[in-house]
Ligand binder design. Structure first.
Ligand SMILES: C[S@@+](CC[C@H](N)C(=O)[O-])C[C@H]1O[C@@H](n2cnc3c(N)ncnc32)[C@H](O)[C@@H]1O
Length: 319
Protein backbone atom coordinates (compact mmCIF):
# COMPACT_ATOMS: atom_id res chain seq x y z
CA UNK A 1 0.00 0.00 0.00
CA UNK A 2 2.77 2.44 0.98
CA UNK A 3 4.75 1.77 -2.20
CA UNK A 4 1.75 2.06 -4.49
CA UNK A 5 0.56 5.46 -3.16
CA UNK A 6 4.02 6.99 -3.01
CA UNK A 7 4.90 5.74 -6.46
CA UNK A 8 1.71 7.20 -8.02
CA UNK A 9 2.38 10.63 -6.50
CA UNK A 10 6.02 10.63 -7.57
CA UNK A 11 5.16 9.73 -11.18
CA UNK A 12 2.59 12.58 -11.72
CA UNK A 13 4.32 15.66 -10.18
CA UNK A 14 7.76 17.23 -9.90
CA UNK A 15 9.47 20.01 -7.79
CA UNK A 16 10.14 20.53 -4.04
CA UNK A 17 6.51 21.26 -3.17
CA UNK A 18 5.28 18.18 -4.87
CA UNK A 19 8.14 16.17 -3.26
CA UNK A 20 7.09 17.47 0.17
CA UNK A 21 3.47 16.63 -0.56
CA UNK A 22 4.55 13.23 -1.79
CA UNK A 23 6.59 12.67 1.43
CA UNK A 24 3.57 13.67 3.55
CA UNK A 25 1.32 11.34 1.61
CA UNK A 26 3.84 8.49 2.00
CA UNK A 27 4.03 9.10 5.75
CA UNK A 28 0.26 9.20 6.02
CA UNK A 29 -0.02 6.04 3.99
CA UNK A 30 2.63 4.39 6.16
CA UNK A 31 0.77 5.37 9.32
CA UNK A 32 -2.50 4.00 7.93
CA UNK A 33 -0.80 0.80 6.84
CA UNK A 34 0.75 0.31 10.29
CA UNK A 35 -2.60 0.98 12.01
CA UNK A 36 -4.35 -1.54 9.81
CA UNK A 37 -1.62 -4.13 10.37
CA UNK A 38 -1.86 -3.56 14.13
CA UNK A 39 -5.60 -4.03 14.04
CA UNK A 40 -5.02 -7.47 12.55
CA UNK A 41 -1.84 -8.39 14.45
CA UNK A 42 -2.70 -7.18 17.97
CA UNK A 43 -5.55 -9.44 19.04
CA UNK A 44 -8.58 -8.01 20.77
CA UNK A 45 -9.76 -9.37 24.14
CA UNK A 46 -12.47 -11.28 22.31
CA UNK A 47 -9.88 -12.87 20.00
CA UNK A 48 -7.73 -13.82 23.01
CA UNK A 49 -10.74 -15.30 24.84
CA UNK A 50 -11.73 -17.32 21.74
CA UNK A 51 -8.16 -18.58 21.30
CA UNK A 52 -8.01 -19.53 25.01
CA UNK A 53 -11.30 -21.45 24.71
CA UNK A 54 -10.00 -23.27 21.62
CA UNK A 55 -6.76 -24.15 23.49
CA UNK A 56 -8.79 -25.46 26.44
CA UNK A 57 -10.95 -27.57 24.11
CA UNK A 58 -7.80 -29.06 22.56
CA UNK A 59 -5.98 -29.55 25.92
CA UNK A 60 -8.41 -29.67 28.88
CA UNK A 61 -5.46 -30.13 31.31
CA UNK A 62 -4.64 -26.45 30.68
CA UNK A 63 -7.52 -25.60 33.00
CA UNK A 64 -5.45 -26.88 35.94
CA UNK A 65 -2.65 -24.50 34.89
CA UNK A 66 -5.12 -21.60 34.65
CA UNK A 67 -6.47 -22.30 38.14
CA UNK A 68 -2.94 -22.81 39.54
CA UNK A 69 -1.97 -19.38 38.17
CA UNK A 70 -4.74 -17.65 40.15
CA UNK A 71 -2.27 -16.42 42.78
CA UNK A 72 -4.65 -13.93 44.50
CA UNK A 73 -7.16 -16.74 45.13
CA UNK A 74 -4.49 -19.07 46.64
CA UNK A 75 -3.10 -16.21 48.70
CA UNK A 76 -6.56 -15.39 50.10
CA UNK A 77 -7.12 -19.07 50.84
CA UNK A 78 -3.83 -19.35 52.71
CA UNK A 79 -4.28 -16.09 54.61
CA UNK A 80 -7.67 -17.28 55.85
CA UNK A 81 -5.54 -19.27 58.35
CA UNK A 82 -3.77 -16.15 59.68
CA UNK A 83 -5.77 -16.18 62.92
CA UNK A 84 -4.63 -19.73 63.65
CA UNK A 85 -0.90 -19.41 62.79
CA UNK A 86 0.78 -16.38 64.39
CA UNK A 87 2.91 -14.35 62.01
CA UNK A 88 1.27 -15.67 58.80
CA UNK A 89 0.79 -12.52 56.66
CA UNK A 90 1.37 -11.04 53.19
CA UNK A 91 5.05 -12.08 53.22
CA UNK A 92 4.09 -15.69 53.98
CA UNK A 93 4.97 -17.64 57.10
CA UNK A 94 7.15 -16.15 59.85
CA UNK A 95 10.82 -16.72 59.07
CA UNK A 96 13.53 -18.54 60.98
CA UNK A 97 17.03 -17.71 59.71
CA UNK A 98 18.90 -20.54 57.98
CA UNK A 99 21.79 -20.03 60.42
CA UNK A 100 19.55 -21.14 63.27
CA UNK A 101 19.67 -24.66 61.80
CA UNK A 102 23.10 -24.55 60.14
CA UNK A 103 25.28 -22.10 62.09
CA UNK A 104 28.53 -20.88 60.49
CA UNK A 105 30.37 -22.78 63.23
CA UNK A 106 28.81 -26.16 62.30
CA UNK A 107 31.37 -28.83 61.36
CA UNK A 108 32.29 -29.02 57.69
CA UNK A 109 30.29 -32.25 57.18
CA UNK A 110 27.18 -30.39 58.38
CA UNK A 111 27.83 -27.70 55.77
CA UNK A 112 28.47 -30.09 52.89
CA UNK A 113 25.91 -31.19 50.32
CA UNK A 114 26.63 -34.44 48.51
CA UNK A 115 25.42 -35.67 46.12
CA UNK A 116 24.16 -32.71 44.13
CA UNK A 117 23.21 -32.73 40.45
CA UNK A 118 22.38 -29.09 39.53
CA UNK A 119 19.47 -30.63 37.64
CA UNK A 120 15.80 -29.84 37.23
CA UNK A 121 13.21 -30.72 39.87
CA UNK A 122 15.78 -31.01 42.66
CA UNK A 123 16.13 -29.08 45.90
CA UNK A 124 18.45 -26.14 46.62
CA UNK A 125 21.72 -26.92 48.43
CA UNK A 126 20.33 -24.97 51.42
CA UNK A 127 17.18 -27.17 51.42
CA UNK A 128 19.37 -30.28 51.57
CA UNK A 129 21.56 -28.78 54.33
CA UNK A 130 18.42 -27.98 56.32
CA UNK A 131 17.26 -31.62 56.06
CA UNK A 132 20.71 -32.88 57.02
CA UNK A 133 20.80 -30.53 60.03
CA UNK A 134 17.32 -31.59 61.19
CA UNK A 135 18.31 -35.26 60.87
CA UNK A 136 21.40 -34.58 63.01
CA UNK A 137 19.20 -33.04 65.72
CA UNK A 138 17.35 -36.35 66.20
CA UNK A 139 19.56 -39.11 67.61
CA UNK A 140 19.21 -42.24 65.39
CA UNK A 141 16.90 -40.25 63.12
CA UNK A 142 14.19 -42.09 61.13
CA UNK A 143 13.36 -40.14 57.99
CA UNK A 144 10.47 -40.48 55.52
CA UNK A 145 9.92 -38.51 52.34
CA UNK A 146 7.35 -38.29 49.55
CA UNK A 147 9.12 -37.71 46.21
CA UNK A 148 12.37 -39.52 45.46
CA UNK A 149 13.24 -38.25 41.96
CA UNK A 150 17.03 -38.71 41.50
CA UNK A 151 17.38 -39.56 45.22
CA UNK A 152 19.31 -36.41 46.10
CA UNK A 153 17.35 -35.55 49.24
CA UNK A 154 17.25 -39.22 50.31
CA UNK A 155 21.01 -39.68 49.78
CA UNK A 156 21.88 -36.43 51.57
CA UNK A 157 19.78 -37.30 54.62
CA UNK A 158 21.14 -40.86 54.55
CA UNK A 159 24.52 -39.40 55.56
CA UNK A 160 22.96 -38.26 58.86
CA UNK A 161 20.01 -40.61 59.53
CA UNK A 162 19.73 -44.17 60.77
CA UNK A 163 16.96 -45.06 58.34
CA UNK A 164 15.57 -43.43 55.21
CA UNK A 165 12.26 -44.37 53.57
CA UNK A 166 11.47 -42.66 50.28
CA UNK A 167 8.14 -43.02 48.44
CA UNK A 168 7.62 -42.34 44.75
CA UNK A 169 5.13 -43.25 42.02
CA UNK A 170 6.12 -46.66 40.66
CA UNK A 171 7.68 -47.01 37.19
CA UNK A 172 4.35 -48.45 35.96
CA UNK A 173 2.43 -45.44 37.33
CA UNK A 174 4.90 -43.06 35.68
CA UNK A 175 4.62 -44.99 32.39
CA UNK A 176 0.84 -44.63 32.58
CA UNK A 177 1.42 -40.86 32.78
CA UNK A 178 3.46 -41.19 29.55
CA UNK A 179 6.65 -39.96 31.22
CA UNK A 180 9.86 -40.61 29.26
CA UNK A 181 11.59 -43.92 29.97
CA UNK A 182 14.94 -42.25 30.76
CA UNK A 183 13.25 -39.97 33.34
CA UNK A 184 11.69 -43.03 35.00
CA UNK A 185 15.04 -44.83 34.96
CA UNK A 186 16.78 -41.91 36.74
CA UNK A 187 14.55 -42.25 39.82
CA UNK A 188 16.68 -43.20 42.83
CA UNK A 189 19.89 -42.70 40.83
CA UNK A 190 21.81 -41.50 43.93
CA UNK A 191 19.89 -43.36 46.64
CA UNK A 192 19.50 -46.86 45.14
CA UNK A 193 23.07 -47.90 45.98
CA UNK A 194 22.75 -46.90 49.66
CA UNK A 195 22.03 -49.84 51.99
CA UNK A 196 19.86 -48.04 54.56
CA UNK A 197 17.58 -46.31 52.06
CA UNK A 198 14.29 -48.14 51.48
CA UNK A 199 12.57 -47.31 48.18
CA UNK A 200 8.79 -47.50 48.39
CA UNK A 201 6.63 -47.39 45.28
CA UNK A 202 3.09 -46.07 45.05
CA UNK A 203 0.91 -43.00 44.93
CA UNK A 204 1.07 -40.95 48.13
CA UNK A 205 -2.69 -40.41 47.78
CA UNK A 206 -3.37 -44.07 48.49
CA UNK A 207 -0.15 -45.61 49.85
CA UNK A 208 -0.65 -47.50 53.13
CA UNK A 209 0.97 -44.99 55.49
CA UNK A 210 -0.62 -46.62 58.55
CA UNK A 211 1.12 -49.90 57.63
CA UNK A 212 4.39 -48.04 57.06
CA UNK A 213 4.15 -46.43 60.51
CA UNK A 214 3.58 -49.89 62.08
CA UNK A 215 6.51 -51.46 60.22
CA UNK A 216 9.10 -48.67 60.13
CA UNK A 217 7.93 -45.77 62.33
CA UNK A 218 7.88 -43.69 64.32
CA UNK A 219 9.45 -41.09 62.07
CA UNK A 220 11.41 -38.13 63.43
CA UNK A 221 11.58 -36.16 60.21
CA UNK A 222 9.18 -36.11 57.23
CA UNK A 223 9.79 -34.30 53.93
CA UNK A 224 6.77 -33.68 51.66
CA UNK A 225 8.07 -33.12 48.13
CA UNK A 226 5.83 -35.01 45.68
CA UNK A 227 3.07 -33.43 43.62
CA UNK A 228 2.97 -29.69 44.38
CA UNK A 229 -0.55 -28.92 43.22
CA UNK A 230 -2.98 -27.67 45.88
CA UNK A 231 -5.08 -30.80 46.22
CA UNK A 232 -2.04 -33.12 46.40
CA UNK A 233 -0.28 -30.97 49.01
CA UNK A 234 -3.46 -30.77 51.09
CA UNK A 235 -3.98 -34.53 50.90
CA UNK A 236 -0.31 -35.45 51.55
CA UNK A 237 -0.24 -33.11 54.54
CA UNK A 238 -3.48 -34.49 56.01
CA UNK A 239 -2.34 -38.12 55.54
CA UNK A 240 1.17 -37.54 56.90
CA UNK A 241 -0.26 -35.88 60.03
CA UNK A 242 -2.92 -38.59 60.40
CA UNK A 243 -0.54 -41.56 60.17
CA UNK A 244 3.10 -40.60 60.64
CA UNK A 245 3.41 -37.60 62.92
CA UNK A 246 4.05 -38.00 66.65
CA UNK A 247 4.54 -35.27 69.26
CA UNK A 248 8.25 -35.05 68.34
CA UNK A 249 8.10 -35.23 64.52
CA UNK A 250 9.39 -32.34 62.41
CA UNK A 251 7.70 -31.93 59.00
CA UNK A 252 9.23 -30.04 56.07
CA UNK A 253 7.44 -29.08 52.84
CA UNK A 254 9.43 -28.32 49.72
CA UNK A 255 8.49 -25.62 47.22
CA UNK A 256 6.52 -23.61 49.78
CA UNK A 257 8.38 -20.65 48.19
CA UNK A 258 9.01 -19.93 44.50
CA UNK A 259 12.36 -18.40 45.38
CA UNK A 260 13.60 -17.95 48.95
CA UNK A 261 11.32 -15.31 50.49
CA UNK A 262 8.66 -15.46 47.74
CA UNK A 263 5.67 -17.47 48.99
CA UNK A 264 4.25 -20.10 46.65
CA UNK A 265 0.66 -19.50 47.71
CA UNK A 266 -0.86 -22.60 46.11
CA UNK A 267 1.43 -24.87 48.14
CA UNK A 268 0.91 -22.80 51.30
CA UNK A 269 -2.88 -22.99 50.84
CA UNK A 270 -2.62 -26.76 50.39
CA UNK A 271 -0.53 -27.37 53.49
CA UNK A 272 -2.53 -24.95 55.67
CA UNK A 273 -5.82 -26.56 54.59
CA UNK A 274 -4.34 -30.04 55.15
CA UNK A 275 -3.03 -29.49 58.68
CA UNK A 276 -5.28 -30.87 61.40
CA UNK A 277 -6.71 -28.38 63.91
CA UNK A 278 -5.23 -27.92 67.35
CA UNK A 279 -1.57 -28.67 66.60
CA UNK A 280 0.65 -27.42 69.42
CA UNK A 281 3.77 -26.64 67.33
CA UNK A 282 4.97 -23.77 65.18
CA UNK A 283 4.77 -23.28 61.39
CA UNK A 284 7.55 -21.24 59.75
CA UNK A 285 9.52 -20.70 56.57
CA UNK A 286 13.29 -21.16 56.68
CA UNK A 287 15.43 -18.32 55.32
CA UNK A 288 17.43 -18.91 52.11
CA UNK A 289 15.48 -22.10 51.37
CA UNK A 290 12.25 -23.06 49.60
CA UNK A 291 11.02 -24.89 52.71
CA UNK A 292 8.16 -24.51 55.16
CA UNK A 293 8.61 -26.33 58.45
CA UNK A 294 6.39 -27.57 61.27
CA UNK A 295 8.29 -27.83 64.52
CA UNK A 296 6.92 -29.31 67.73
CA UNK A 297 9.43 -27.09 69.61
CA UNK A 298 9.27 -23.28 69.61
CA UNK A 299 11.58 -21.55 67.12
CA UNK A 300 12.98 -17.98 67.03
CA UNK A 301 10.81 -16.64 64.21
CA UNK A 302 10.64 -13.10 62.83
CA UNK A 303 8.56 -11.24 60.22
CA UNK A 304 9.90 -12.01 56.73
CA UNK A 305 11.54 -9.05 54.99
CA UNK A 306 12.30 -9.49 51.28
CA UNK A 307 14.76 -6.58 51.45
CA UNK A 308 16.67 -7.85 54.48
CA UNK A 309 20.43 -8.40 54.34
CA UNK A 310 20.70 -11.41 51.98
CA UNK A 311 23.43 -13.17 53.96
CA UNK A 312 26.53 -14.57 52.30
CA UNK A 313 27.55 -18.12 51.47
CA UNK A 314 30.65 -19.51 49.84
CA UNK A 315 30.09 -22.44 47.51
CA UNK A 316 32.95 -24.72 46.57
CA UNK A 317 32.25 -27.30 43.90
CA UNK A 318 34.17 -30.55 43.82
CA UNK A 319 33.66 -33.16 41.11
C1 LIG B 1 10.38 -32.61 43.16
S1 LIG B 1 10.65 -34.30 42.90
C2 LIG B 1 11.42 -34.85 44.38
C3 LIG B 1 12.82 -34.30 44.58
C4 LIG B 1 13.58 -34.93 45.72
N1 LIG B 1 12.83 -34.91 46.96
C5 LIG B 1 14.89 -34.18 45.95
O1 LIG B 1 14.88 -33.16 46.65
O2 LIG B 1 15.91 -34.59 45.42
C6 LIG B 1 9.02 -34.94 43.00
C7 LIG B 1 8.88 -36.44 42.80
O3 LIG B 1 7.60 -36.81 43.30
C8 LIG B 1 7.07 -37.85 42.52
N2 LIG B 1 5.61 -37.82 42.67
C9 LIG B 1 4.73 -36.95 42.09
N3 LIG B 1 3.49 -37.22 42.48
C10 LIG B 1 3.56 -38.25 43.35
C11 LIG B 1 2.60 -39.00 44.09
N4 LIG B 1 1.29 -38.70 44.02
N5 LIG B 1 3.01 -40.01 44.86
C12 LIG B 1 4.34 -40.32 44.93
N6 LIG B 1 5.29 -39.66 44.25
C13 LIG B 1 4.92 -38.64 43.47
C14 LIG B 1 7.58 -37.58 41.11
O4 LIG B 1 7.68 -38.78 40.39
C15 LIG B 1 8.95 -36.92 41.36
O5 LIG B 1 9.97 -37.87 41.23
Amino acid sequence: MYGRLGGAQGACQGGAASQAASKLTRELAGYLAASLANAFLVPSRLTIALRALAALARTPALLTEVLAADVPAWRARALAHAGRWPGLAGGGLPLVPFAHFVPPTAPLTARTVAPFAFGDGGSLPTDLLLLRALARQHPACRYFEIGTWRGESAANVAAEATSVHTLNLSPAEMRALKLPERYIELHGHFSQPLPHVVHLHGNSATFDLAGLQREAGPFDLVFIDGDHRYEAVRRDTARVFEYLVSTSTTVVWHDASRQPGQPRWEVLAGLLDGLPPGLPGQLVQVGNTLCALYSPQPLPAQAPDPLADPGQFTVEIRM
